[in-house]
Design a protein around this ligand. Structure first.
Ligand code: C2O
Length: 575
């Protein structure tokens, strides 16, 4: 690889670039397989003193292939030789916000105030960690402080609407980073989008970090911390009551009225009507997205997103699972775009957003402590060096890096210790081996069914790559979606019972979901891997070489096509 770098350069070139000369060739990155609308391509250009025999070119090409990213079968990882991290946006080039789903112009200017001084942010040294409390357990004194801080933040909207610390200004940060107001530096036709990729956790961690410091500054209490909405624990599975007091500055009318307390959140969109079933489904979803279905670092963190990439390469299991579910649960169906929580541009206008994301952030921190065989860090410099801009509590514009957000303790906080009841929430093993012939008999072979549109429940026979309890993943590939829609479906294996609203069963393999987001042609393309190893333990597959996969559409199945389905040996786990 070193010799490759010294002799050849890989360039990101616009699509209208002249055709490859004899001294370069065009390499097709694996992204193109899933993002045909990508607006640039890679070129490898080599020094003139290189001998340019056809064989030589072939060799280099092979070297590139060997790097793993290009043409990589299931990996979306990028070629380290060509890449650059997503750079912090240029605020002076901020443009209008659009609805992420339809591309319609939104009636909002969410561009931040401009400043020509940018400070590279250094984390202060924190001698004592502040403890973010669970929102359902906060004390009166704490609540009074929190309310006062939010009151003052909202007051800034009136007294100085250009103060970047004001409530609307803070909400608009989310809008600008999510609704196409910021272009990637040097790519006027590519948005910066902090969702649907590996930037999801680090961006939101930084966002909350400054939000919290600003609140602390406004009440002159540097020890102030945000509360987290503990939706992964049965005691926190309602909207926290502190947000539902109509006399509180934490209250927001733009919420789904049917889901105000005591309604229980349905993290799996299972449609269960029974509260107890909802709770066990939620615990199952948590265990699945944190442990059971996660085969690799990127399965959890989200897919690589580099400079020059089309936005939204793919969500990790947590983002597409519990994270989306809480947005949808709170968003108000009476509003055109499900404002506030149901749409990126407006989500930050709901005070509950920051507590929701404090728990998302907590999930990232918990995941890192899990003793699973999946590596917990991404060592790719194009992840670590990605950067964002925020205004700090002193109204200074600062540039932060992903690398400085990896350990929340270094950012001065930790989380109140509460039970983590999903931690071992394994479905009970099937007592008896599933009889494939007992499964409803409409199961067909994959070749006969795929590609398919997910209008109905689908049952498909899929060959395993090896007999018995092999270390395998289920791949649903070339999933094409209408990106203007909310999409969700669940996947089960060897499910003879067919109780669609009960997720707490050994057969539940995982979930695909998508929130509406913008792409040029309103089409999303992705592939998901679901780890099967634990599931094989729980349903006896010892002698089988075929399993039955059941796919249950939960939302807008008619807007999904799935290109193919297969079971393969577990691919590499690290990023
Ligand atoms: Cu940035 Cu939960 O959205």
């Amino acid at each position: 690889m070193a010799s490759l770098q010294s002799s050849c350069k890989v360039l990101n070139t616009p699509r209208h670039h002249t055709s490859p000369s004899s001294k370069s060739f065009t390499a097709k990155p694996s992204h193109l397989l899933t993002h045909p609308n990508r607006t640039h391509r890679l070129q490898v250009s080599c020094n003139n003193n290189e001998k340019q025999t056809p064989e030589g070119k072939l060799d280099r090409r092979n070297m590139l292939l060997g790097l793993g990213g290009l043409y990589g079968a299931s990996s979306l990882a990028s070629n380290p030789a060509n890449s650059a991290p997503i750079a912090a946006p240029e605020f002076d080039k901020c443009s209008e916000a659009r609805d992420v789903a339809t591309g319609d112009l939104l009636d909002v200017n969410c561009c931040p105030p401009y400043s020509d001084t940018i400070i590279d942010y250094k984390l202060p040294r924190f001698n004592k960690l502040r403890v973010r409390p669970a929102a359902h357990k906060v004390t009166k004194e704490y609540l009074a402080k929190f309310e006062e801080a939010i009151r003052r933040m909202k007051a800034l909207d009136k007294s100085d609407p250009t103060d970047p610390r004001g409530f609307m200004q803070q909400a608009n940060i989310h809008c600008a980073y999510c609704n196409g107001a910021h272009d990637q530096v040097g790519h006027a036709n590519l948005d910066i989008q902090v969702h649907n990729s590996w930037l999801f956790f680090p961006f939101h961690r930084w966002y909350l970090y400054f939000y919290e410091r600003i609140l602390g500054e406004l009440i002159d209490d540097p020890t102030f911390v945000l509360p987290f909405w503990n939706w992964d624990n049965p005691k926190g599975m309602q909207m926290p009551k502190i947000f539902d007091n109509t006399n509180s500055p934490l209250y927001n009318t733009n919420r789904n009225q049917a889901n105000r307390p005591p309604a229980i959140i349905d993290l799996g969109f299972s449609g269960a009507t029974d509260d107890l079933q909802k709770v066990v489904n939620n615990l199952t979803v948590m265990y699945s997205e944190m442990v059971r279905s996660v085969n690799s670092t990127l399965d959890f963190m989200g897919q690589p997103y580099l400079d020059g990439d089309s936005p939204s390469p793919g969500m990790g299991s947590s983002e597409r699972g519990s994270h989306i579910a809480a947005h949808v649960f709170v968003g108000d169906p009476r509003n055109k775009y499900s404002e506030d929580m149901g749409n990126f541009y407006s989500a930050g206008r709901d005070t509950i957003f920051y507590s929701h994301h404090a728990n998302v952030d907590r999930m990232w921190s918990i995941w890192k402590t899990l003793k699973t065989d999946v590596p917990k860090e991404i060592n790719n410099p194009d992840y670590l060096n990605a950067s964002f801009l925020f205004y700090d509590e002193k109204k200074q514009l600062v540039r932060v890096k992903v690398a400085d957000s990896l350990d929340h303790r270094k950012m001065g906080y930790e989380f109140e210790k509460v039970d983590i009841p999903w931690l071992n929430y394994k479905p009970s093993k099937k007592a008896a081996k599933t009889k494939i012939r007992k499964i409803p008999s409409d199961a067909k072979k994959a070749e006969e069914l795929f590609p398919l549109t997910l209008n109905n429940v689908v049952r498909v026979l899929v060959n395993k790559s090896a007999k018995g309890k092999a270390d395998e993943v289920l791949v649903l590939e070339n999933i094409e979606t209408d990106t203007t829609k909310f999409i969700k479906f669940d996947v089960f294996l060897n499910d003879e019972d067919d109780k669609a609203d009960e997720l707490d069963r050994a057969e539940y393999a995982g979930t695909f979901a998508q929130v509406p987001h913008k792409t040029k042609d309103k089409k999303g393309r992705s592939t998901i891997n679901l780890k099967l190893t634990d599931l094989y333990e729980d349903i006896d597959v010892a002698d089988d070489d075929t399993v039955v996969v059941t796919i249950i559409p939960r939302s807008n199945g008619g807007d999904v096509t799935i290109g193919g389905i297969k079971i393969i040996p577990s691919p590499t786990k690290s990023a």
